[in-house]
Design a protein. Structure first.
Lengths: 215, 215
DNA sequence: GAGAAAGTGCCACTGAGTGGCATAAGCCTA
DNA sequence: TAGGCTTATGCCACTCAGTGGCACTTTCTC
């Protein structure tokens, strides 16, 4: 009768997850309250009652902790990208857009939006966090390329990479606009749709010199 | 007759530049030869005969030194962006592309291509360098937006930001492809042109499932 | 219950990055 | 060209992120 009902993950794994959760929640809170640089790892580890060594076994660094919500998103995105069946005969762009929206709908953890918001606000004020996030996205791009090449007949890498770059740029700008407002979960989705539409509008925008405003 | 011929910059400034040059040249060399992480700042400062304190007054960090060639590029780009007159009635995309190409042609320092190459190779092997570079480009995007808003009648930010994002993505992929080959200066220009053309090709690419290769 | 395997804590250490202050070098004016 | 002013540099001590090593505890497996 060692029945832990149906909970699959072994105890060890659950403990690890609990530590991770505690670090994440406390970390985001402390960084937000006291400032990112001003909060030392020792303080955080003290608050969570965990050794610094354990922190580094869980996260690659302070920045990595803050960007964890983003990791969730793009990890799920890659999983979806590998399984979603394209409907009709979409272009690569349409397909990517669809998968991203599906991914957003799939993030059901209740306070994910709140955490992304905290994460974003921290990133906006701390270059090292933003830099770390941008690098992560770059690696995601390459991973996405690999998945796409596996599934579809795409002779060249360059155009595909650029399409994914556009997707990620769209998400970034959407997230930025979203974080400036009320920041609800549905809101993020809408901002992505809007930003997506703004891509051709931006590229094809006519260049009129500043008229009446001319200083 | 204090004529230092026509050399405008005062001695102090020239000395500073010389130190910077020495740090840059020696830094790139040491990082390349011995590895980025394996080379300590103390070693570098020792080799250049400069105190660590001086290093940090010249560069924001090790990564910043490696990305200096990139800074040159985008700084010049912003300058050009502020003055180049659009010919005819180009779209924003066409204009940005033109200014980038002009900028590339304007980088005449003899070993700039070589340094970009070293810089790129280092960045590919060292996440922190790549991250730093990506962050720098992000800031450049915002700076470019400000310049464009000043000069042209662009009612919304979002489309413009996305257009610049595309430009930077194009440059990154071009640089990547360029660094994998012989890496001449003209080559970089050609790769930019090619990558630029690959943007619509990528977005509109049809999605055919992997055919004969299907495992 | 015993042994294997995995996770954790503790400790000492490296090295990046910063602040403060004294000194030296270039600059400017009379 | 001597003096004071400004600015860059060197030096020193310090904080803190991140790592390696090893002993210890917990969980898993049989």
């Amino acid at each position: 009768m060692s029945t832990t009902s149906d909970a699959r993950p072994p105890l060890r794994e659950r403990k690890k997850q609990r530590t991770r959760e505690a670090l994440l929640a406390t970390g985001l809170r402390l960084f937000t309250e006291r400032g990112f640089a001003a909060t030392t790892l020792d303080e955080l580890c003290d608050a969570v009652e965990v050794s610094k060594r354990t922190f580094f076994r869980t996260f690659a660094g302070k920045e990595d902790l803050v960007n964890a919500p983003l990791h969730d998103l793009w990890t799920l995105f890659l999983r979806e990208l590998a399984v979603v069946e394209p409907e009709g005969e979409p272009t690569l762009a349409e397909f990517l857009r669809g998968v991203l929206l599906t991914t957003l709908d799939g993030l059901t953890e209740p306070d994910w939006p709140h955490r992304v918001l905290l994460s974003r606000r921290l990133a906006e004020r701390n270059p090292s966090i933003e830099a770390d996030g941008l690098y992560f996205c770059d690696r995601t791009t390459r991973a996405a390329l690999a998945v796409l090449r596996e599934r579809f007949d795409l002779p060249e890498d360059l155009p595909v990479l650029l399409a994914i770059d556009v997707l990620i740029a769209v998400f970034h700008r959407a997230q930025e606009a979203w974080a400036a407002g009320p920041a609800t979960r549905e809101g993020l989705r809408e901002h992505v749709v809007a930003a997506w539409g703004a891509v051709p509008a931006g590229l094809d925008a006519p260049l009129r010199p500043t008229g009446p405003t001319g200083r």
